[in-house]
Structures are given as structure tokens and as C-alpha cells.
Design a protein around this ligand. Sequence first.
Ligand code: PXP
Length: 237
Amino acid sequence: MARLAVNVDHVATVRQARLAKEPDPVIAAALAEFGGAHGIVVHLREDRRHIQDRDVAVLRETVKTKLNLEMAATKEMVEIARKIKPDVVTLVPEKRQELTTEGGLDVVHFEQSLVEVVGTLHGAGIAVSLFIDPDPKHIKSAHRLESDYIEIHTGTFAEARSFSRRQEEYERIVTAARLAQKLGIGVHAGHGVDYQNVHWLRGIKEIEEFSIGHSIMARAILVGMERAVREMVQLVS
Ligand code: PXP
């Protein structure tokens, strides 16, 4: 049975839209755990557009399952991770202009510099995951880097418009997951996984954990709407 790690970045996005105190991703994370989440994920971006340093520090104190910190492989972020000590760090590529993470980390290209980053995180007792495209060359590179996990980027699969393209991407994910497991690397998967396409992916037995944010947050806003409005109607009337 695969685990579910819930990404609560969007809660912080709403809070930052008003530079307010609510909604608090820390409370969202606690509720996600009440709902059965096996882990909490946050992405501390260089530009701090949603999650703030305070959020990561408080989540380290409050998360009772596992805290997975997504971050770029920069000096600043490695220092923060060393201090906070999340259970897992997922290294992701990061561009300032992007709306969300676009594609996996090119671990083959950056292998030399990643050796030190992975070594430093391991030295601090932090497990490492690499967010990569389902490509055998990246899996082999992750193996050479002694990464504990890979997170297979499922965005291309999720965005496929035709059945045949989706099938093609699905096959790539299956092949990548099998190779990673054969090499002894734990397999996570995420990006664009939603209530419809998860049916495809949940059958891949090598995937130990799904990292899902947008679709869960989108649904949470809508299923919570009726109650939130009813409570305010009562207060104003
Ligand atoms: N995994 C990684 C590495 C991500 O960057 C994201 C997006 O923050 C996710 C998973 C979750 O993707 P989504 O929000 O589309 O579920």
C-alpha cells in the first residue's frame, strides 16, 4: 500500500496573498495528518513566495509523521536543512519565473556538484530524494549519488492529452520505478497527480509514496466552502 505525503504549499500561497497570518500551513498539515496523511511536504523556495522559514521551523516541531522539505540544491538551502533537520530533503530544480516545478532535476548534468550536497545532507542524518524525470540515465545517476529515494516526476504523464501519450508516459514511469527498485532506491512519485489519474499510478507496486498538493488543496477549498459560508451566514444574521 502506497503512502500519501500531502504538500501544503498552496495554503501558504493564500496566506501570502494578503501577507496575513491565516490560513496557516501548520494547521493544514495537522488536519492532513488527522485525515491520515503519512507525511507532509513543503517547498521552501528561494523567493519565499509561499512557504516561509518560520513555517518549516514550526512544522519540524509539530509534524508527527514525516516532514519532507523540497528545496533547490543551493548553499543557503543546505544550511537551512542542516539546521531544521527534516526527515527527508527532496532536491528539485528551481526557476524564479516558473509557476510550479517544471520537470525533473538534471542529475546527470549536475552530478559532480550534487555529490557534495547529498553527502552533506547524509552527514546531517537527513535522507535524500531526487526529483527526476522517468529516464534510466537519471535513475543510474541517482544510484551513483547514493540517493535514498527518487521522486519520479509524473507531470508529463498528468498533462498528456491523448490516451496513447498517457500510456507512453505511464510505461516510462513503470520502467523507471522498476529500475530504481532493482538498484535499491526507494520510489516516490508526484506532480499533477489528481483524483482521476491516480487510478493509473496506484497500480505500480514499486511506488512507495505519492506526493500530492494541488488536487487535494483544490478539493479541500470546495468541500469546505459550504460549511465556511454557513458559519459566516449565522454570524452576520
Ligand atoms: N513533487 C514535487 C517535487 C513538486 O515540486 C510538487 C509541486 O510542489 C509536487 C510533488 C506536488 O505536485 P502537485 O501540486 O501538482 O500535486
